[in-house]
Design a protein around this ligand. Structure first.
Ligand SMILES: CC(C)(COP(=O)(O)OP(=O)(O)OC[C@H]1O[C@@H](n2cnc3c(N)ncnc32)[C@H](O)[C@@H]1OP(=O)(O)O)[C@@H](O)C(=O)NCCC(=O)NCCS
Length: 188
């Protein structure tokens, strides 16, 4: 086995700059196509789903866009919003959108990226997942369980009357996270 193939792939999560908006827009098309299995998403006359909120990610202080790359090659994105989509709590962090390209799935990249994003924003988090999206349900439950032992998993009927699960948990700052990890390993 060559040294090249033996090395660990390098996943990088980086804030997306305004000039990278077209990159995110392209990935959002693929994401929307995936999610059109569950939501009534339609393309416009230009053949695109579009994502009208995208420019706001560089205009509003409550929005944080990230691009994900693997060994320098783009492989996904995460969009973070500050403010609960369920209550009127402005401090909660919300994972607005999250996507890993098909060719890179089921290799642990999504879980690593989610944990990286959660660590960047200590505090209370909510991850809303459509119950019918079985892949996403399996993914988020597993990623959250790997991140923290104390998460809630509640049913939420969204304004479109769709059944969602809301995973709520705290992202601790580095020092507290280390203490919690020590406690978990002591508990076996
Ligand atoms: C959901 C998504 C982000 C998962 O990304 P990923 O990189 O494949 O996830 P990971 O490889 O890190 O998976 C971590 C764990 O999640 C679970 N998981 C991942 N894909 C799964 C699937 N298709 N079915 C069931 N569980 C799954 C597994 O427990 C997995 O652990 P394992 O590798 O030990 O089996 C990706 O499939 C995706 O982008 N889907 C389309 C967009 C989407 O649904 N986004 C979420 C909207 S709420």
């Amino acid at each position: 086995m060559s040294g090249e193939s033996a090395r660990t792939p390098r996943v990088e999560v980086s804030p997306a700059a305004p000039e990278q908006a077209p990159v995110l827009a392209n990935l959002l098309e693929l994401y929307s196509h995936d999610l059109s299995k569950y939501f009534d998403l339609r393309v416009g006359p230009d053949g695109r789903f579009g994502y009208p909120l995208l420019p706001l990610y560089w205009q509003e202080e409550t929005r944080f866009p990230f691009l994900v790359s693997l060994d320098g090659e783009i492989c996904g994105f995460a969009l973070v919003y500050r403010g609960s989509r369920i209550s009127d709590d402005p401090d909660v962090w919300d994972m607005a959108e999250f996507f890993i390209l098909r060719s890179h799935r089921k290799r642990g990249i999504g879980a690593a990226v989610a944990a990286d994003v959660w660590r960047r924003f200590p505090g209370r988090w909510e991850v809303r997942v459509l119950e019918a999206n079985v892949t996403a349900m399996g993914f988020w439950r597993s990623a959250v369980a790997a991140f923290t032992a104390s998460a809630r998993d509640d049913l939420w009927i969204d304004p479109q009357q769709q059944r969602r699960r809301v995973l709520s948990f705290k992202s601790l700052d580095e020092r507290l996270a280390r203490m919690e990890a020590d406690e978990r390993s002591r508990a076996g």
